[in-house]
Design a protein around this ligand. Structure first.
Ligand code: BES
Ligand code: ZN
Length: 614
C-alpha cells in the first residue's frame, strides 16, 4: 500500500516499522514519574539503514542499545506539541527485511500530557493515589519513546511494579502478578496484547481498583465505590457485543472489560483494547447513556482492527464507529431510534460548524493537520459529517443491510492494517462496481475537502423527534401569559433521550427570556436532574438566558467532573456572560492544578489564559 506521511510524527513509517514492544515500568507516585525501559522490535524497510527515529515528548532518556550493543542517541529540536525526535544510531548497518531490538531506558516527566496523577483526595476512596493514561491522539510519546503514528501496528507485553495496595490494569490481557523481587512493598502486574495495534491504544491505570463480572468476557473495574452502579449501568454489554459481532464479524480481542475512571477523565469513553475507559458521568442510574459503550465496542472493529493511517483520516475511525454504534441501536431498539439518534448527530454537527466557523478548514471531513495539534482539531465533525456521508451512501446504494455488507467487507479487507480515505474510497468503488454510476454522482470534493455543512442533508424519520420539536416550539412561541400552561406532565411521555433532544433544540434557538427559564425550572425541576447530558444542556441554557443563579451551578458541574464535552461549553458559556467572565477565569485558575493536562491546555485557549500564569 502507498506510504503516506504522518504530519504528527517524526518517526517515519516508511523507513522502519515496530512489530512488538516490551515495556517495564516502575510507577513512582511520590515523584509522579514512570521509570522504565522499553524494548522495540523494529523491522527495517530500507536498505543501508543505520538509524532509527522515535517520537518522544518530555522524556528523560538515560541510554539506548541495539541488539544489546550500546548505541549513540541524539535528541532533535523540540516542537511545542509534537515533542522531540529521538534518533538512535545503530552500531551496524541493516537492510530491508531485517529486524533489530532497540532498547531505551528512560523516565517520564510529571507534566507528561498522557498521564494524570491524582492525589488520594481526588479519588472516591480518599485513601490511595490514582494514575491513568490517555494516549489518543499523540500523547503516547510522553509515556513511551515509540513510533507514535497510527500507521504502525505492534503487539505488546508489559510488566508494571506498583505499591502492593494498588492494582494495575492495561489495554491488554491480564497475565498474572507476583511480588516485586526488588521491593517487598510492591507487586508486579503483567500484561500481554497479542493483537497488533497502534501506539495510541496503549493504556494504563493504577489505583485502588476492584472488579465485578458483568458477562462471560466482561468485568467492570473501578474504585469500589462505583462498582455496583457500574455493573448495573453496563449490564447490556454482552448483548451489545453479540449484536456487534453479528454485524461486523468476530470480536478478536478476547476480553472486553470496562473501567470507570475518576471524574476528571476527559472523554466519555476511550476504546482501549480489552479495556474500554469510561467517564463516571455515564452512571445515570437508568442505562440511558449506554450508547457510549456501544460506540466503544464498535471501535473494536473500526479504529482498533482497521485504523486511520494518520489523524487526517480520523473520520474513518469515528464516522464508521458512529455508523456501527447506531446500527447496534437499530438492532437492539428500532430503526426509528437510529433515525432519532441521527437527527441529534446532525444537530451536533451544526453546533461544531458554528463554533469553528463555517469556513474553518478544520470542519473539512479530511482536514490538513500540518502544524495543527489534533487536540485543537477535535470536534463532532469527523463523527457526524462522517456518519452523514455513510448514511447518504447507504440511501443511494440500497439501504442499511446492503451498506452494512460493505462496512463488514471493508473491515475484513483492512483488518490489522491502517487505511487512508483514498484506500477506503477505492474499496467502496470496487465493492459497488455495478453501481459506479451512482457513486460518480456523489459530490466527493465537497463532502471531503470543503468546510461547513455537507452538500446533502439526509431526510431522517422524525417519529421520535416530533414530540421534542413540538415542546420546543411551544416554549419558543409562548408569551408571558402562556407560561402557566407548562407542567411536569409535559415530560411524562418523553424518554431521557427525548429530553436531551428537546434541550438541544432549545440551545440552537435564541436564548429564552429569563421568565421562561425560571418557569421551566418550576415546571420540570431540571436543577435536580443528575443525568449529565440533561444537566449540562440545561445549565448552559440558563446561563445563555443570563440567569445569574445558574452560574455557580454551571461552574460547579464544569469543575466537579472533567469531561471535555461538558466542561468546555459550560466554561465558555459563563465566559460569554460578561458579568461573570472574571469568575470563569478565576474558577479555572483555582481548579487548574487538579485538572487533566489536555483540559488545562484547551481551557487556557478557550478562556484566553496563559497556561503557565498563576
Ligand atoms: N476515541 C474517542 C475518544 C477520543 C478521540 C480521545 C480523540 C482522544 C482523541 C472515543 O471513542 C469517543 O469517540 N468517545 C466519545 C463517545 C461518543 C461519540 C459516543 C466521547 O468521549 O464522548
Ligand atoms: Zn469514538
Amino acid at each position: 500500500m502507498a506510504s503516506v506521511e504522518d504530519p504528527c510524527s517524526f518517526a517515519s513509517s516508511s523507513k522502519c516499522t515496530t512489530k512488538h514492544l516490551n515495556l517495564s515500568y516502575h510507577v513512582d507516585f511520590e515523584r509522579r514519574v514512570l521509570k522504565g525501559k522499553v524494548a522495540l522490535t523494529v523491522e527495517i524497510l530500507e536498505d543501508r539503514c543505520s538509524s532509527v527515529t522515535l517520537d518522544t515528548r518530555d522524556l528523560k532518556i538515560f541510554s539506548a542499545t541495539a541488539n544489546g550493543q550500546s548505541a549513540k542517541f541524539n535528541m532533535g529540536p523540540e516542537h511545542s506539541f509534537l515533542g522531540t525526535p529521538l534518533e538512535i544510531t545503530l552500531p551496524f548497518e541493516l537492510s530491508r527485511g531485517q529486524q533489530v531490538i532497540v532498547e531505551v531506558a528512560y523516565e517520564t516527566a510529571p507534566k507528561a500530557t498522557a498521564l494524570q496523577w491524582l492525589t488520594p483526595d481526588q479519588t472516591a476512596g480518599k485513601n490511595q493515589p490514582y494514575l491513568f493514561s490517555q494516549c489518543q491522539a499523540i500523547h503516547c510519546r510522553t509515556m513511551i519513546p515509540c513510533q507514535d503514528t497510527p500507521s504502525v501496528k505492534h503487539s505488546y507485553y508489559a510488566q508494571v511494579s506498583v505499591p502492593k495496595e494498588l492494582v494495575a490494569v492495561m489495554s491488554a490481557m491480564r497475565d498474572g502478578q507476583e511480588p516485586d523481587p526488588k521491593d517487598s512493598s510492591r507487586l508486579i502486574y503483567r500484561f500481554r496484547q497479542p493483537v497488533p495495534m497502534p501506539s495510541y491504544l496503549i493504556a494504563i491505570v493504577v489505583g485502588a481498583l476492584e472488579s465485578r463480572e458483568i458477562g462471560p468476557r466482561s468485568l467492570v473495574w473501578s474504585e469500589k465505590e462505583y462498582v455496583d452502579k457500574a455493573a448495573f449501568e453496563f449490564s447490556e454489554t454482552e448483548n451489545m457485543l453479540k449484536t456487534a459481532e453479528s454485524l461486523a464479524g468476530p470480536y478478536v480481542w478476547g476480553q472486553y472489560d470496562i473501567l470507570v475512571l475518576p471524574p476528571s477523565f476527559p472523554y466519555g469513553g476511550m476504546e482501549n483494547p480489552c479495556l474500554t475507559f469510561a467517564t463516571p458521568t455515564l452512571l445515570a442510574g437508568d442505562r440511558s447513556l449506554s450508547n457510549v459503550i456501544a460506540h466503544e465496542i464498535s471501535h473494536s472493529w473500526t479504529g482498533n482492527l482497521v485504523t486511520n493511517k494518520t489523524w487526517e483520516h480520523f473520520w474513518l475511525n469515528e464516522g464508521h464507529t458512529v455508523y456501527l454504534e447506531r446500527m447496534i441501536g437499530r438492532s437492539m431498539e428500532s430503526e426509528q431510534f437510529r433515525q432519532f439518534k441521527a437527527i441529534g448527530g446532525w444537530k451536533d454537527l451544526q453546533e461544531s460548524v458554528k463554533t469553528f466557523g463555517e469556513n474553518n478548514p478544520l470542519t473539512n471531513l479530511v482536514p490538513s493537520l500540518r502544524d495543527v495539534n489534533p487536540d485543537d482539531a477535535f470536534s463532532s465533525v469527523p463523527y457526524e459529517k462522517g456518519f452523514a456521508l455513510l448514511y447518504h451512501l447507504e440511501e443511494l446504494l440500497g439501504g442499511p443491510v446492503v451498506f452494512m455488507g460493505f462496512v463488514k467487507s471493508y473491515i475484513q479487507m483492512f483488518a490489522y492494517t491502517s487505511a487512508t480515505t483514498a484506500e477506503w474510497k477505492a474499496y467502496l468503488f470496487t465493492y459497488f462496481q455495478d453501481k459506479v454510476d451512482v457513486l460518480n454522482k456523489v459530490d466527493w470534493n465537497t463532502w471531503m475537502h470543503t468546510p461547513g455543512m455537507p452538500p446533502v442533508k439526509p431526510q431522517y424519520d422524525t417519529t421520535m423527534a416530533d414530540s421534542c420539536i413540538a415542546l420546543c416550539t411551544k416554549w419558543t412561541t409562548a408569551g408571558e401569559g402562556d407560561l402557566g400552561g407548562f407542567t411536569a406532565a409535559d415530560l411524562k411521555t418523553l424518554s431521557s433521550h427525548q429530553v436531551i433532544e428537546f434541550l438541544s433544540l432549545l440551545l440552537q434557538e435564541e436564548p429564552l427570556p429569563l421568565t421562561h427559564v425560571k418557569r421551566m425550572q418550576e415546571a420540570y425541576d431540571f436543577n435536580s436532574c443528575i443525568n449529565a447530558e440533561i444537566r449540562a444542556r440545561w445549565l448552559r441554557m440558563c446561563v445563555k438566558s443570563r440567569w445569574e443563579e445558574a452560574v455557580p451551578k454551571a461552574l460547579q458541574m464544569a469543575t466537579e467532573q472533567g469531561r471535555m464535552k461538558f466542561t468546555r461549553p459550560l466554561f465558555r458559556e459563563v465566559y460569554n456572560f460578561d458579568k461573570f467572565r472574571d469568575e470563569a477565569v478565576r474558577m479555572f485558575k483555582a481548579h487548574r492544578a487538579a485538572m487533566h493536562p489536555v483540559m488545562v491546555d484547551l481551557l487556557s485557549k478557550d478562556l484566553k489564559v496563559d497556561p503557565t500564569s498563576c
